[in-house]
Design a binder for this molecule. Structure first.
Ligand SMILES: Nc1ncnc2c1ncn2[C@@H]1O[C@H](COP(=O)(O)OP(=O)(O)OP(=O)(O)O)[C@@H](O)[C@H]1O
Ligand SMILES: C[C@H](O)[C@H](O)[C@@H](O)C(=O)CO
Ligand SMILES: [Mg+2]
Length: 484
């Protein structure tokens, strides 16, 4: 089979992308793109998982209409969120979105019972209020006890298509329940949650075949014959696979989308006390690697501003307006919990600026510039921490994902971080998803070859650092903001 389709569903949008490898070049054709997002109902936040499944079917029908009669298919989505199945394999409940406020205070409550350093030594996963560990702790215990199977979102979509129940390892690691030493769900953490191992599925690695899309679906919807290949189903794990390698230069990546995930790919985890104090994570990567990274609030900030000012402003337009606004006029501590899911992001940003005695952004351009300036300074700070924790200096920063299209943010990042930024591929997640399929098909030998092909197929934009006037003063302001 030489047709390969990546299903990449992020928190803000999803897409089905056809990958074609010809004479050493990989090309992408977007077959279907759709919006995604959670809705608030009676004070809770839910994803519409049936809508997402339906969009996959729509995309596959379009692939068939394009003449694709058979293909392989890989699925990746955002992390941590889960689906409960009953013994008949039916979904028990709506799928909570990780920005739901039910986990507020839970991390602290659990920390009073389970020492965080014990959990970090076991799992190496950063403390995020919405980790599956905390979501399950907050979940109704009776309902959890009824769950015959707990699948993460992409596992569930595979199950709906092919009937096979798995927990794919890269995404399973984001639950903060996988034990680095045993390579399985940690029995102590499961019993803390009153859960049994058999309520989870077999841990499965990227590259395994998961059978075919069920014949009943193929017939009912006139779909291609699809072999399901287990992708690196955490979208960030796929994004990292899609980052071209910089020969001879040490690089770090930023997977820049709803979140900005800044990190490096390691062969061994770093879960020592220093890494814990800096709240760096060791999410599992494909092929036995680890994604040593940090979650930064990311372009969620501008997504929310755009939602409020009106979607008549494209992201490109907001970046242009930001470019016309005064630089470093107002800054926000991007990773502060207040920005995780405020009712009104514009008011939250304005309040944060007012409270810290800074000019309050008024226009969309000023708001956007405040966000991009602040993200760039966040990247600089966390990059410095990353270098200290790994003991490796970073020469080049590779920004992939939708944020690679934001030239202003890429340039600001190069300026304040003082190193070259290489931007692209925008669709690194889909490319990493396809890479696993191509390796499974034997068309590509390994991930190193896949990354070389991606680098040769998708040119990257280079941003070299420009001098930042009064940089020292600006960094002092940035520091003060975090101790405000
Ligand atoms: N032309 C553009 N100019 C500026 N910013 C852009 C442009 N195109 C996309 N973006 C930025 O990219 C973001 C979307 O990135 P991306 O498509 O990687 O996210 P996603 O895959 O939908 O979600 P997730 O991050 O959850 O995977 C938008 O929020 C926007 O800020
Ligand atoms: C909630 C997760 O940290 C988040 O989804 C991030 O890991 C991700 O998947 C970004 O797309
Ligand atoms: Mg994405």
């Amino acid at each position: 089979m030489n047709k390969h389709i990546a299903v990449d569903i992020g928190a803000s949008s999803g897409r089905l992308v056809l990958g074609t490898l010809q004479e050493g070049k990989l090309s992408l054709e977007e077959i279907h793109r759709f919006s995604n997002g959670f809705t608030e109902r009676d004070g809770s936040c839910f994803w519409d998982i049936d809508y997402l499944f339906d969009q996959i079917i729509v995309g596959l029908r379009q692939a068939k209409a394009l003449g694709i009669t058979e293909c392989t298919l890989g699925i990746d989505t955002w992390a941590v969120d889960y689906v409960l199945l009953d013994a008949a394999g039916s979904r028990i409940k709506e799928v909570y979105a990780y920005r739901d406020r039910r986990t507020e205070g839970v991390m602290e409550e659990v920390a009073a019972i389970l020492p965080p350093d014990t959990v970090y030594a076991k799992t190496g996963i950063q403390q995020l209020t919405f980790n599956t560990l905390y979501q399950l702790y907050a979940h109704d215990r009776k309902e959890l006890a009824q769950a015959d199977q707990i699948l993460l979102v992409p596992d569930y979509l595979y199950y709906r298509l092919g009937g096979r129940k798995i927990n794919e390892v890269t995404n399973a690691s984001t639950t903060q329940l996988l034990n680095l030493q045993t390579g399985d769900f940690d029995s102590g953490l499961l019993s803390f949650l009153h859960l049994r191992r058999e309520q989870f599925a077999p841990l499965t690695a990227p590259g395994e075949s998961l059978g075919f899309v069920q014949e009943s679906l193929v017939r009912q919807y006139d779909l291609p014959r699809c072999q399901l290949i287990c992708a690196a189903t955490h979208d960030t794990a796929s994004a990292v696979l899609g980052v071209p390698v910089q020969k001879g230069r040490s690089a770090a990546y930023i997977s820049s989308g709803t979140w900005s995930l800044l990190g490096v790919e390691l062969d061994q985890p770093i879960n020592d006390p220093k890494a814990m104090a800096a709240n760096y994570t060791n999410e599992w990567g494909a092929y036995g690697t680890y994604r040593f990274l940090k979650n930064i609030m990311g372009l969620w900030l501008i997504q929310e501003v755009r939602r409020l000012v009106g979607e008549r402003y494209s992201f490109a337009e907001l970046a242009r307006l930001a470019g016309e606004a005064e630089g470093f006029r107002s800054l926000i501590p991007c990773n502060a919990p207040r920005f995780l899911n405020p009712g009104n992001m514009i008011e939250e940003i304005r309040a944060a600026c007012a409270e810290s005695g800074q000019p309050v952004p008024e226009t969309p351009g000023q708001l956007a510039r405040c966000i991009f300036d602040s993200l760039a300074l966040s990247y600089r700070s966390y990059l410095q921490e990353l270098e200290e924790l790994t003991g490796t200096a970073v020469e080049v920063l590779q920004i992939v994902g939708g944020g690679a299209n934001n030239g202003l943010l890429c340039q600001l990042t190069a300026d304040v971080a003082g190193r070259e930024v290489l931007a692209g591929p925008t669709e690194s997640t889909a490319l990493g998803n396809l890479a696993v399929q191509l390796i499974h098909a034997g068309s590509v030998a390994n991930i190193a070859e896949a990354r070389a092909i991606i680098g040769n197929s998708f040119p990257m934009a280079s941003y070299t650092p420009r001098p930042v006037p009064q940089l020292e003063e600006l960094l002092d302001r940035w520091e003060a903001l975090h101790h405000h």
